[in-house]
Design a protein around this ligand. Structure first.
Ligand SMILES: [Zn+2]
Ligand SMILES: [Zn+2]
Length: 420
């Protein structure tokens, strides 16, 4: 293949100095694409002033050929609702289904219309850009790293990535068979500043083992975890089976599991699993007249009276809106809590409120969690495997310390154009 003439440029709108709100603009032959259009983690919600200055997001500009989402976390797609609706979108098919399934239950919902589906290692074309997605291990389901080839140059974007989850094999496959000839690599560095250079995160299997131990003694357990962290839901389910408990999943969690389209994930009819519809979801369903949402779960439903009977041997996937259900079923006495997500969420907002509420009730809380992001040793393996000419820090608060751990680091500023 002949090398095309012309330049391939890029700029990071948000992410060289922070985790979240990721947006990368790429330009070749006068045409452009975006990789991700995230909501900053510290934003109250999407607002127009957060939208990066990209021609074609607000007003029509046909040079903006599409937006490619690496995965379904809001810090990578949360500004999409503000973008003109006819910019073509590329994302994984399961990611789109999960966003659709979540819509009736979450604030800032977005139901995407997908023009290009990302398929593992299947190259597709948007204008002058050849795009090859690599399915990766991350706490979001259906997450991809992206190789972009244009004007004879190659950019590799890690997206959010880890090696210690249930799909760690995908990371091993990437480092043993990496894309070659990468000129610029945008690599996430969420773990820098959170973890020592040589420390590894616990694996998802370690989390399953710790949950199993914690669940063995009797007593009602409320467990806070993201319903969209499928790896974790699997760890929790398996720990329930091993400790002879029933897992109570709400409608939202069941809809997300179903949207994956993966038959190897817990579903209706599986042992040790019941579907509980909390009061706030019953109201949501009545308000939106979405009684159809209940239909698939009829045979697996469990009601309050039965939960009270078997509470000692159940685990409820819990969020603060369910406190009333625990109250009404008179279950607080003897209840234990497990926090199975980032402990930073306990510092403010609903997490801090829950923590204070549980302390008032005398409910002990244990934290059992592992990160969705790679440890520094694993990031080193990734950058050594890819050996980019330039390694640009992204999705990190510690971009200035990349040089301590990785080769060929080139620091970029938000908004600054550079040649790939
Ligand atoms: Zn992220
Ligand atoms: Zn993510």
């Amino acid at each position: 293949m002949s090398e095309e003439a012309g330049s391939f440029r890029g700029r990071v709108h948000r992410g060289t100095q922070q985790i979240g709100g990721t947006c990368i603009e790429l330009e070749a032959a006068g045409e452009r694409i975006l990789l991700d259009l995230g909501l900053p983690l510290d934003a109250d919600g999407p607002s127009d002033d957060l939208l990066p200055p990209v021609a074609g997001l607000r007003a029509e500009d046909t040079a903006l050929r599409g937006i490619v989402l690496s995965h379904g976390h809001g810090d990578h797609w949360g500004l999409l609702p503000l973008c003109r609706p006819n910019v073509p979108l590329a994302m994984g098919a399961a990611t789109a289904r999960i966003m659709r399934a979540a819509a009736p239950f979450v604030p800032n919902a977005f139901v995407p219309f997908v023009s290009f589906e990302l398929v593992d290692r299947k190259t597709f074309q948007i204008g002058p850009f050849s795009i090859t997605p690599y399915l990766v291990d991350h706490s979001a389901y259906d997450a991809y790293a992206l190789l972009i080839h244009a004007a004879g140059r190659r950019l590799f974007y890690s997206g959010d990535i880890r090696a210690h989850g249930r799909k760690g094999g995908l990371f091993e496959r990437l480092v043993s068979n990496p894309p070659r000839g990468v000129d610029t690599m945008l690599m996430e560095g969420s773990s820098l500043g959170r973890l020592d250079e040589d420390t590894q995160f616990p694996t998802e299997d370690d989390i399953e083992a710790r949950l199993t131990e914690s669940l063995r003694p009797p007593g009602f357990v409320i467990l806070s975890a993201s319903a969209q962290n499928i790896d974790r839901i699997v760890s929790i389910y398996r720990a329930c089976k091993r400790s002879d408990r029933t897992l109570l999943l709400d409608l939202y969690a069941m809809e997300i599991l179903r949207a994956t389209g993966n038959e190897r994930l817990p579903s209706v009819g599986w042992p040790n699993l019941s579907v509980y519809v909390p009061e706030y979801q019953r109201r949501q369903i009545a308000r939106n007249k979405r009684f159809d949402l209940l239909e698939p779960y009829r045979s697996a439903r469990i009601y309050r009276e039965r939960i009270t009977e078997i509470a000692d041997r159940t685990v409820m996937l819990f969020r603060p809106a369910m406190a009333r259900d625990v109250e009404t079923a008179n279950l607080w006495t003897g209840t234990r809590a497990i926090w199975s997500q980032w402990d930073g969420y306990l510092k403010d907002g609903p997490g801090a409120g829950l923590k204070a509420d549980l302390a008032t009730r005398g409910v002990p809380m244990e934290i059992i969690h592992t990160s969705g992001h790679a440890s520094i040793p694993d990031l080193k393996r990734l950058s050594n495997a890819i050996q980019p000419e330039k390694l640009v820090p992204i999705h990190t608060f510690e971009g200035d310390s990349f040089g301590k751990y990785f080769n060929n680091v080139t620091r970029r500023r938000d908004g600054e154009w550079w040649e790939v």
